[in-house]
Design a protein around this ligand. Structure first.
Ligand code: NAP
Length: 283
């Protein structure tokens, strides 16, 4: 039976470390500050923003919210980002995605100063991640790496298979595993015979967004299964991509949904905000 990797416990340990760093920074007269922008009233986005604000409170980071109406223009949003870029008291800027359809998401992400880009979505930070010298790491994939480290799961020399190639999860996940000397295969919707790849994975990271996509027969006995996805089943309950009970019979370790990767993402955001505050204080 696979060990359940407890994302709540690991993220709580991380948040304690971050809180201690915040205390140190405050002694130096630096108050780490995260500006959060939410456009519109998407209920899921409202929940995510609230959770991020709560985490800020927990570790002592000051959070400043900018809640804008759904019909906000691109110009207004860019003007706000410009103000926050210039505001020396703001260390991190997060614009909650997705944005309403009429707004140009790519242009918005480009407008955030790379040094305040705590989601690490700006092409400059993506480039740094690719080269391997990034200060700000993409929160979800970096959270996964933190889990593997915490659980003493070696990556070097292992076959790591990533399901999904989005800019937010799949691609940066593959880059971080590669940087840790994993041998990485990325699968996507055009991959033929996915099971042939997954069955050879020592570490299988799934971020497809489809319930029961990963079945027990797709998993190598003893593999580590990291389930990034957040889906809803027919009863409306949260679930990941893996057929959890059946895959647990085959894998050596598995992350549950909820309570797995999700809490790690927020903890990494807090860590990035503190890193940004520290880096900016040295300028
Ligand atoms: P996304 O942009 O929709 O990407 C999904 C990926 O899955 C795409 O690369 C797609 O391939 C691939 N895919 C879709 N159907 C497939 C199939 N039948 N076979 C193989 N690959 C297939 O989603 P995302 O933003 O990466 O998020 C993925 C999941 O993670 C979602 O459930 C999301 O809610 C969750 N998530 C969780 C966290 C967290 O904190 N835990 C953070 C972010 C996202 P193509 O590229 O070919 O279309």
């Amino acid at each position: 039976m696979a060990k359940r990797i407890d994302g709540k416990k690991i993220s709580a340990a991380m948040l304690e470390t971050v809180a201690a760093e915040v205390t140190e920074l405050k002694k130096e007269g630096i108050e780490p500050t995260l500006a959060v922008i939410l456009v519109g009233e998407d209920p899921a986005s409202q929940v995510y923003v609230r959770n991020k604000q709560r985490a800020c409170e927990q570790v002592g980071i000051r959070s400043v919210s900018h809640i804008l109406p759904a019909d906000t223009t691109q110009q207004t949003l860019l003007a706000l980002i410009d103000t926050l870029n210039r505001d020396k008291s703001v260390n991190g800027i997060l614009c909650q995605l997705p944005l309403p359809k009429h707004l140009d998401e790519e242009q918005v992400l480009l407008a955030i100063s790379p040094e305040k880009d705590v989601d690490a979505f700006h092409p400059v930070n993506v480039g740094r991640i690719t080269i391997g010298n990034a200060d700000l790491l993409p929160c979800t994939p970096a959270g996964v790496m933190e889990m593997l480290r915490y659980e003493n799961i070696p990556v070097a020399g292992k076959h790591c298979v990533v399901l999904g190639r989005s800019n937010i999860v799949g691609k940066p996940m593959a880059l971080l595993l590669l940087a840790a000397n994993g041998t990485v295969t990325v699968c996507h919707s055009k991959t033929e015979n996915i099971a042939a790849y997954t069955r050879t994975a020592d570490i299988l990271v799934t971020a497809v967004g489809k319930q029961n996509f990963v079945t027990a027969d797709m998993v190598k006995p003893g593999a580590v299964v990291i389930d990034v996805s957040i889906n809803r089943n027919a009863e409306g309950k949260l679930c990941g991509d893996a057929d959890f009970d059946a895959v647990s019979e085959v894998a050596s370790c598995i992350t549950p949904v909820p309570g797995g990767v999700g809490p790690m993402t927020i903890a990494m955001l807090m860590k990035n905000t503190v890193s940004a505050a520290r880096a900016q204080s040295k300028k």
